[in-house]
Ligand binder design. Structure first.
Ligand SMILES: Cc1ncc(COP(=O)(O)O)c(C=O)c1O
Length: 406
């Protein structure tokens, strides 16, 4: 039995008021709140167990290293990866995709080579590929979504041609909530010898993920959306791709030996982890993932599916709301505009007065906004601790905004 009130009690911030109203936090797509277990782990790490990792031979360095390194295994378990040496720890998705762009794609792509993308990618999965377009003439091939926000996997597969060197695709849209059938795309791409990078920043938060089954080549996660600290994250890199990839940044523990004339590198994944890492952030991420697995990803996903259904019904009852993204089985992420009104920023300001936190803007998805013909939307994005009652509060606050602007 999913006890949402017990889960809420684990997140201290949810008990606070904002603008004199109980907080209704629906900006989880941007960043999620942290459970007490994570807050306490971070405090413990700094107050009792802090040191730099890997290099020291003293007690605290060993404790910090053990705790930090254990997170690699936790992430591997969370993502269904048998061999944890395929997990590169980093600061989040943006770093992960830039690493692939510089370290793997740049040296193996030339003018005219193609990268297939969907139109609903986040800028973090667009701009690193634009670098290759600008600097070496790589072609970006865009696949559209339909009017409901659904991405037909066959369209992605059909876009793969002889010049395609990579498919870079989101697992779950941060604007529309659309879940992409990445398994079919990975299967077809593998048959054509084309690697697939999946942006899992949103999906890993909301549904069970098994990368050994999915068969992708790269999969990114970002800690702050997974109820962990900001500045933490990881990228799964299939071992064949690890062997092909050049290090992106140099320094720290990514080396084996450095002389005046030469450098030799550490084995992967360390080869790709330069400099002092986000030690405490990563330890906090491990605790956050353990917390999620303790509740169970199936249970979280079922709870959020109920919220998605309920919120979908309630929001579509507001006939002055322009809802974007209406696919069957979508995640509980709702983007909308309001008829006759109000810029998205104005709507979110009214909602904020009622204690309801949503995000307004382009959501770092410029090509999708262009496709939708919009400059901005409001986005309510739900998490494991949200409730049906909070959906009702959102609807009341939207009614109020509509009355004000009508
Ligand atoms: C789908 C998606 N990809 C990538 C990112 C970027 O994540 P980060 O800024 O943590 O690197 C986000 C964050 O909003 C996202 O929603």
């Amino acid at each position: 039995m999913y006890d949402v009130e017990r889960i809420r009690a684990d997140f201290p911030i949810l008990a606070r008021e904002v603008n004199g109203q109980p907080l209704v936090y629906l900006d989880n797509g941007a960043s999620a709140q942290k459970p007490r277990a994570v807050i306490e782990a971070v405090t413990l790490a700094y107050s009792h167990e802090y040191s730099n990792v890997h290099r020291g031979l003293h007690y605290l360095s060993n404790v910090a290293t053990e705790k930090y390194e254990a997170v690699r295994g936790i992430i591997a378990r969370f993502l269904g990866v048998a061999d944890e040496r395929q997990i590169v720890l980093n600061s989040g998705t943006t770093e992960g995709i830039n690493m692939v762009s510089y370290g793997w794609a740049m040296p193996r792509m030339e003018a005219g080579d193609e990268i297939v993308l969907s139109v609903m990618e986040h800028h973090a999965n667009i701009v690193p590929w634009h670098f290759l377009r600008e600097r070496q003439g790589v072609v970006l091939k865009w696949v559209d979504v339909d009017a409901t926000g659904w991405l037909d996997p066959q369209k992605v597969i059909d876009a793969i041609g002889p010049k395609t060197k990579l498919v870079a695709i989101t697992h779950l849209s941060n604007v529309l909530g659309t879940v992409v059938d990445v398994k079919s795309i990975c299967d077809a791409a593998r048959q054509r010898g084309v690697p697939v990078l999946v942006d899992g920043s949103q999906a890993a938060v909301h549904m069970p993920v098994n990368l050994d089954e999915m068969g992708c080549d790269f999969y990114t996660i970002t800690g702050h959306k997974l109820y962990g600290p900001s500045g933490s994250g990881a990228i799964f890199v299939r071992k064949e791709r690890l062997a092909e990839m050049r290090p992106f940044m140099g320094g720290g523990d990514m080396i084996r030996e450095v002389t005046k004339d030469a450098v030799t590198y550490n084995d992967p994944p360390m080869k790709f982890e330069a400099g002092t890492p986000g030690i405490v952030q990563t330890i906090g991420l491990g605790v956050a993932l353990d917390y999620m697995m303790g509740i169970g990803m199936e249970a979280i996903s079922a709870h959020e599916a109920d919220l998605a259904r309920y919120a979908g019904e309630q929001l579509s009852g507001l006939n002055w709301l322009g809802l974007q993204g209406t696919t069957e089985g979508k995640a509980a992420i709702f983007s909308f505009t309001m008829e006759g009104a109000a810029h998205a920023h104005d709507i979110s300001t009214i909602l904020d007065k009622k204690g309801v936190a949503v995000r307004a803007g382009h959501h770092c998805a410029g090509p999708l906004m262009e496709h939708l013909g919009l400059s901005a939307t409001c986005r309510a994005s739900f998490a494991m601790y949200n409730t049906r009652a909070e959906v009702d509060t959102l609807i009341e606050a939207l009614d109020l905004a509509h009355d004000l602007f009508a």
